[in-house]
Structure formats: C-alpha cells, structure tokens
Design a protein around this ligand. Structure first.
Ligand code: APR
Ligand code: PHB
Length: 389
C-alpha cells in the first residue's frame, strides 16, 4: 500500500490532521493500535479554546459541537472558600466551549468514515523506517499478516507512549520533564453540574475542580497523592472530600449520585525537541504533555496539527519545503507558552507535599493579584481561552 502521509494514532491529533489533509486533497492512511470502541471509551478533558472550536468548524466537524457544546464566558476560582469569577468575554471578548474530547473524536471518526479515507484499527507492531530519506515506510501487522505502507511523510500522533518518538535516535532528541507529586481522582456522574461554569478550587487539603459534560452530566476531580489507589475511594468518600474543599454554598448545592466512571490520572509536564526528524513529524501527546489544570492537552494537539497540515499542504501545492522546515520552531513556541500556563495554574492551585507557610502565602497573593488586577485577569483570560494558533 502507498499513501502521501502515514498517520500513526487515531486520537484527536491524528484524526484532525487526517481530516484537514483530506479536505485539501492530500491522501492519508491512519494506523491505530487499538479498536475504535477502545479509543471512544477513553474519558478526557472537555474544554475547547475558541481557536480549537473554529478549527473544528473549518474542518467541517463543528455541527454537533455547536448544537450540544456549552459556551462558557468565564470560570470561577475558589480560594480557601473565597470565590471569584473571571469573565473572559468581558475581559477580552473570548469564550471557551465545553464539549467532551470523546465527542470530538467521535465527530472526526464519523467524518473520516463519510469521506472514505482509510483507517486501520488494531494495527499491531507498528514500526517506522527510513524517515531520514525520501521514501519512508511503515510496517504493521493486521490480523496476523505483516504489511508495508510506503509514504512521503510520517506524522507521529500516537501519544506519550507511542512508537514514533521512541523511533528517533536518542542523540537527535532532547526531552524536558516535570512529574508532579500528586494525581487527579475524577468521577463522572449523571447529575446536573453544581454551577453553570467551571470552578477551580484551592484548599489546604488540596485542589478540586467542578466541571461538566452537559446540563445533566458532571465531572468532578480532587487532588490525591501520586500513589493513591482508586479502590480506596468510595463515592461517599469522594463527595465528602470534594465538599470540604469548596465554599459552603457550592458544597450545599452539590447534587451527588452514583459515579459512572472513576479513575486517577497522574500529572506531568513534558516537551520533546525538536519535532521534526527528516520526514517524521511529532504532534499532540507524542510531542508534549501538560498537566490537566487549564485543559490545554487537546487544544495544543489541535494547534500542532493545524500547523502541520498547513505545512504539508504547502509542500504539495507549491513544492515548497518552507512550512515543513519551520514546523518544529513554530509549534514549539506555542507549546512552551501553554506548558508555562498549565504549570503556573497547577502551581497556584495545588497543595504540594512540601508547601510551607511561605508558599501558601505566595499562592494566596497570586489569587489576590488575579482578583484585584484587570491586567492579571486579562492575562489569565488570554491564556485560558487560547493564544493565537
Ligand atoms: N501504533 C499505533 N497507534 C498507537 C501506538 C502505536 N504504537 N501507540 C499509541 N497509539 C495510539 C493510541 O492508541 C491512541 O489512540 O495513538 C493514539 C494517541 O491518541 P491520544 O493519546 O489521544 O493523543 P493525541 O491524539 O495526541 O491527543 C491529545 O488527548 O491524550 C489526550 O491529554 C491529551 O487531550 C490531549 C489529547
Ligand atoms: C474536564 O472537564 O475533564 C476538565 C475541565 C477542565 C480542566 C481539566 C479537565 O482544566
């Protein structure tokens, strides 16, 4: 088999890249290790920056997003029980849309089915070859039979644990990492959200987040130690802990119910540099990880593949390598700014094991500064709703 761009991974990064290239007439094949059902079973954050929503529109997959997504003008912070709302729309004229990543993935899969582009699910033992020359190849096994996919380019959109980044010679890549000493215990519940907008709460006992998927389905998180076991958390224990970290009004208004999903996610910041190796490009979680505070993961994946699609389309339309030559530098500049923002939000909102009284006062001062300074609030608004792509 032969194609122009072989895309490894059918997460949001691979599927959106496939969609943008498909729309421009650039042929792609996606190889995905898991089944379609498995990919759709993963529960992840659900806040789309304004630019991501616009990009999904441009990709022709915005219909359900506009029908079912919830447009939010702002978010609230709750610091040791003191609440403050940041009105992004009033501050900078921008909004975010709450729409689950699973739904974005579903919409992209649907569009790919309709267009007839090839996706090979349950492709095992994917391996990348000769991407330092003009004729890269990808090998994979499907139903016990080995196949070769010849291509012009390979897009590594296969997440943090994927094969693409791991295929790059060690001397050619540099990585930067911070692992946080805590995780997020999250539950999904078919009950109305406690508030119309998201509440990011800081408390001496740890961070908490009130989020949602719809008017009837809520998503809540509490910070837990990194080595915590989910089995130790009954629903009742979760609700009690969440209430203790919120202000009294919110705690009273919380509508609890049986969890339909409960899991713990570790928190990590990670960036690889560069993101181009000959004819192999890295995008999305294969290239970087952000802690979920600020919900940048999916949005960053979207801006990477937007730039990569533009670069590849330019290569085919104008025979110009300028876009692909500039890809890594262009996207890393935005990636590091999103890394900074996610790290900063994580740092001010969580309780670190070594947080002393000085650090707590500094966290409080950050909150007071954001609450009292329009310039600081505008900076939060600009970063949360998304820097220019
Ligand atoms: N071969 C083929 N596919 C693979 C391989 C492999 N060796 N390894 C991983 N994959 C697939 C995974 O099964 C997954 O479906 O690559 C896909 C990567 O998808 P994601 O992990 O969702 O990453 P990405 O598309 O970059 O999306 C970024 O998703 O993980 C969240 O927080 C992240 O919100 C962010 C967004
Ligand atoms: C979520 O709804 O899952 C969510 C929302 C905002 C975040 C992280 C996760 O910052």
């Amino acid at each position: 088999m032969r194609t122009k761009v072989a895309i490894i991974g059918a997460g949001p990064a691979g599927l959106l890249l496939g969609r943008l290239l498909d729309k421009a007439g650039v042929e792609t094949v996606i190889l995905e290790r898991r089944s379609r059902e498995y990919v759709l079973g993963r529960i992840r954050a659900g806040v789309l920056e304004q630019g991501t929503a616009e990009l999904l529109d441009k990709a022709g997959v915005g219909e359900r997003l506009h029908a079912d997504g919830l447009v939010h003008d702002g978010v609230e912070f709750c610091f040791d029980g003191d609440r403050h709302r940041f009105d992004f729309h009033a501050l900078i004229g921008k909004t975010v849309t709450v729409y689950g990543q699973t739904e974005v993935t579903r919409d992209l899969m649907q569009a790919r089915d309709t267009s007839g582009a090839t996706t090979i699910y349950e492709a095992e033992h994917v391996s990348l070859h000769d991407f330092d020359g003009d004729r890269p190849r990808v090998h994979y096994v499907k139903d016990g039979v080995e196949h070769e996919l010849a291509c012009d380019f390979i897009a590594g959109c296969d997440g943090y644990h994927g094969v693409s980044r791991a295929s790059v010679p060690e001397a050619a890549i540099r990585t930067f990492e911070r692992v946080y000493p805590f995780g997020w215990l999250g539950i999904l519940v078919d009950r109305p959200p406690v508030a119309e907008e998201l509440i990011y709460a800081h408390h001496e006992r740890g961070f908490a987040l009130c989020s949602m998927r719809s008017h009837t389905r809520s998503r809540y998180y509490v910070q837990v130690p990194a080595n915590e076991r989910v089995e130790e958390w009954t629903d009742d224990r979760f609700w009690d802990e969440l209430r203790r970290r919120l202000d009294a009004d919110t705690a009273d208004n919380l509508v609890t119910g049986p969890s339909i999903e409960k899991s713990i996610a570790p928190l990590r910041s990670f960036v690889a540099e560069p993101l181009r190796f000959g004819r192999l490009f890295l995008a999305g979680d294969a290239a970087h990880i952000v802690p979920p505070t600020g919900a940048k993961g999916l949005n960053l994946a979207a801006s990477d593949v937007c730039a990569l699609a533009e670069a590849l389309i330019e290569f085919y339309a104008e025979h110009s390598p300028a876009g692909i030559d500039g890809y890594s530098t262009r996207v890393l500049s935005r990636i590091w700014k999103a890394e900074r923002f996610s790290w900063w939000m994580t740092s001010i909102l969580h309780t670190f094991p070594d947080t002393d009284s000085f650090s707590r006062r500094i966290q409080r001062a950050e909150f007071e500064y954001l609450r009292g300074s329009e310039a600081a609030a505008r900076s939060l608004a600009e970063n949360y709703t998304g820097l220019p792509i």
